[in-house]
Ligand binder design. Structure first.
Ligand code: FES
Length: 138
């Protein structure tokens, strides 16, 4: 029997081996990308947004087990959130939901929150007409 401690807990392994929400949202309302120059890993997240709420989130990752598990968990966590709630989303929440990551892999979880924020910014840029509707004109 091996005495080597497992690097990842069962929740992380499950999200790595059976990632949820892989792919691209068709006709996405926002797409964001993030990357880590030090390791070369990248992540793209796409969102479907209806009435100010995320109804679907999908991702494509070229990354390590921690990055894939974090992205999978993040897409599960943000579904149903308002845009304001999603803007406050952080990688700490992902790490907590995964039951923790090895200290050296915490940085890998940041990709998911960075790609989410980029997707939210992209959504904002795509909706200039909606922003203008909020302004009054004379
Ligand atoms: Fe690159 Fe984990 S080693 S994201």
């Amino acid at each position: 029997m091996s005495r080597t401690p497992a690097l990842y807990n069962p929740v992380v392994l499950d999200h790595f081996l059976n990632p949820r929400n892989v792919g691209d949202v068709p006709r996405a309302d926002g797409v964001g990308e993030a990357g880590r120059p030090d390791c070369g890993d990248t992540l793209r997240m796409s969102l479907k947004i209806e009435e100010g709420r995320i109804v679907e989130a999908r991702f494509r990752a070229n990354g390590c087990a921690a990055a894939i598990a974090s992205s999978s968990m993040a897409t599960e966590l943000v579904r149903g959130r308002t845009l304001e709630e999603a803007r406050r989303f952080s990688n700490e929440e992902v790490v907590a939901a995964l039951g923790g990551l090895p200290r050296a892999k915490i940085q890998c979880s940041v990709l998911a929150s960075q790609a989410l924020q980029a997707a939210l910014e992209d959504h904002q840029k795509r909706r200039p007409a909606a922003r203008r509707r909020g302004r009054t004109t004379r």
